[in-house]
Design a binder for this molecule. Structure first.
Ligand code: ZN
Length: 614
């Protein structure tokens, strides 16, 4: 199925007349490609770039699979509709966080990348400077460690909150069925930050109280709250409602104090209503901090906390390690064998590739590799005892993280040929949609660094220049019954009206949006090329609107481009007989105006090409 689709795509790309070197064609699903990926995985393991650990995942109990955050909709699996459970599973991770600072700093060197993409990556990496503070807990010997980026607001703190996955939450839940039920309810939110952000903020009062580090006798309640992420900071925070909207919503709901401690310079008697004050200002209601600016107050608190031995300054990143285990058949097998005695043992390089078996059945939910006894059961490469293959496969983003390097030497017996890779890379001009900003474009930047560390490449950055093109859009057509109709089956009626070509029934015309198979608002490139030719199709797509913007595919647009192509053709054809043969240069003096016009055109075309202004 995949190869048949590749054939179709190749035929269409050739039909468009694109200058592609087909001798370098590769397919990432072919063992000739993924055997090299398995080799690099083993090299990455050796170099300490990969680790295996337990992690919380979204588990669909009906389909028996892990779901990506994007596949959990309102707490349910996107296909099964079953409530998603949070489970701890053993997963493989690429240690992209080891490179968090470097990936952030190097964004400044990518001067031919769109500013927007660099900003999206910087935000995704999410560096923050903050303070870890250990609060004393009444009646307990251990302390509660919280992480905050706003230590200056400590005098406005009115509660602490811990993640439902915090070890303390689990400990307290052991004897408390209500808390257990609350934690289970939180689990149904899934693990996505976006889902957690959108959900109503709810908490469970544990009855524990922590002591305020600077106010004698003041204690604060400790909640388990659904909006605290275990994987960020320490999985615990102190809440200062006056200066954080989430904390404010939470405090209003549970009747907690709201005390402003940072106030605008000019205002007397400043109070906070339903909107938290997050702007700059001066400290107030804060004892020894009163009158300081925010930065000075942060430094003062950090200094005092560190001096008291109850915390330390800490840099945190929002970026998480890249979990690459997928419980599905379609993917590159992870070349690991699990042995009861030896643990996870890498498949010896001589035994690569680990090839997906062909004889699998999809008659039941779950990963068919799990049920393929012959494929799964092998001897441990270390001790020879019976062992089992890893049945998870790679996230397919692994495949796309280095294919550009394989193009440099598509037939090499090693993942890359260093001489070729060093000659061709980085990619001079990369093109891709903005939707790749924090996925493929970030993964590839990590992967290239990992390839450098393991000797497979010599550069840090994969793409010297990046252009994010717009999408081709078309209006949508629907019958009164709601069935989508392809543009090819639509005729123009009176004015803006449209009718079905066969039934003549009137159609509902929807706005122009990205072409998609589900809404059938697609134009077959083969139809366009057979009607108008490849030149017209290319001309229209590149010239009608700036290529970084979306293009509305319209019949009038394509016919306009077609008329222009014909005019150009006629102009040249009609003059051909009177022109000197190609390659003949007019002498300097014979036609000065023509020479000037030619050079102005060359300069203009060159500049426009380089700037993608067609
Ligand atoms: Zn063994």
């Amino acid at each position: 199925w995949t190869y048949a689709n590749i054939d179709t795509m190749r035929r269409q790309l050739k039909m468009m007349g694109l200058s592609i070197d087909w001798s370098r064609e590769i397919a990432t699903c072919h063992p000739d490609y993924y055997r090299h990926e398995q080799k690099m995985f083993l090299d990455f393991v050796e170099a300490g770039l990969i680790h295996q650990r337990e992690a919380w995942v979204n588990w669909d109990p009906v389909d028996q699979t892990v779901l990506a955050n994007e596949q959990v909709i309102d707490g349910r699996g996107w296909r099964s509709g079953a409530p998603v459970e949070k489970r701890r599973l053993s997963q493989w991770f690429f240690k992209i966080t080891d490179y968090a600072q470097e990936l952030l700093d190097a964004l400044d060197t990518l001067d031919r990348w769109p500013e927007k993409v660099r900003l999206m990556q910087a935000n995704w990496i999410g560096r923050s400077e903050g303070l870890r503070i250990a609060f004393e807990v009444e009646g307990r010997a251990d302390r509660l460690e919280v992480y905050t980026t706003r230590p200056d607001t400590i005098f406005g703190a009115s509660f602490c909150a811990i993640s439902p996955e915090h070890p303390l939450a689990a400990e307290l839940a052991a004897g408390n069925p209500d808390l257990t039920a609350f934690i289970e309810e939180c689990g149904r939110l899934g693990t996505s930050e976006a889902a957690i952000e959108q959900a109503e903020k709810v908490g469970f009062d544990t009855g524990l109280r922590v002591k305020h580090p600077f106010i004698d006798g003041k204690t604060m309640p400790v909640y388990v709250a659904n909006f605290i992420l275990m994987e960020y900071g320490t999985g615990a925070i102190f809440g200062c409602p006056a200066h954080d909207q989430r904390d404010l919503d939470f405090a209003r709901k549970y009747g907690l104090d709201v005390l402003p401690v940072v106030v605008p310079d000019s205002e007397q008697d400043f109070t906070v209503g339903d909107v938290a004050y997050t702007d700059d200002g001066r400290l107030a209601n804060s004892d020894f901090l009163d009158g300081m600016d925010v930065d000075a107050a942060k430094a003062e608190i950090a200094g005092r906390i560190e001096a008291a031995g109850s915390g330390r300054r800490e840099v945190n990143f929002r970026l998480r390690d890249w979990g690459i285990s997928r419980q599905r058949y379609w993917g590159c097998p992870i070349p690991i064998i699990h042995c009861a005695d030896c643990g996870g043992v890498p498949v010896p390089a001589a035994d690569l590739p680990v090839v997906l078996p062909d004889d699998v059945s999809f008659d039941r939910p779950g990963n068919p590799l799990d049920r393929h006894e012959e494929w799964k059961n092998v001897d441990c490469p270390k001790c020879g005892k019976p062992a089992e293959r890893e049945t998870d496969t790679f996230d397919t983003f692994v495949d796309s993280s280095w294919y550009f390097a394989r193009f440099a030497s598509p037939h090499a017996e090693t993942p890359t040929d260093r001489a070729a890779a060093d000659y061709w890379l980085p990619v001079d001009q990369y093109i891709g949609g903005i939707e790749h900003a924090i996925l493929h474009l970030l993964y590839s930047r990590f992967f290239t660094r990992a390839m450098k560390k393991t000797g497979h490449a010599g550069m840090d950055e994969p793409f010297a220049g990046l252009f994010t093109q717009g999408m081709i859009c078309h209006e949508t057509y629907k019958t009164a019954e709601g069935a989508w109709v392809e543009p090819a089956d639509v005729l123009e009626g009176h004015g803006d009206a449209r009718v079905h070509a066969e039934t003549r029934e009137p159609l509902i015309v929807g706005r122009s949006e990205k072409m998609s198979k589900s809404k059938k608002n697609v134009i077959d490139p083969e139809d366009i090329i057979s009607t108008y030719g490849a030149d017209t199709a290319r001309w229209f797509m590149l010239s009608d609107s700036p290529p970084e913007r979306d293009l509305d595919w319209t019949e009038s647009g394509i016919t306009g481009a077609w008329r222009f192509s014909n005019r150009l053709w006629r102009l040249v054809a009609a003059s051909a007989a009177t022109l000197p043969p190609p390659g003949t240069a007019p002498d300097d003096d014979s036609a000065p105006d023509l020479r000037r016009a030619v050079h102005a055109a060359i300069a203009g075309v060159t500049e426009d090409l380089e700037a993608f202004h067609f």
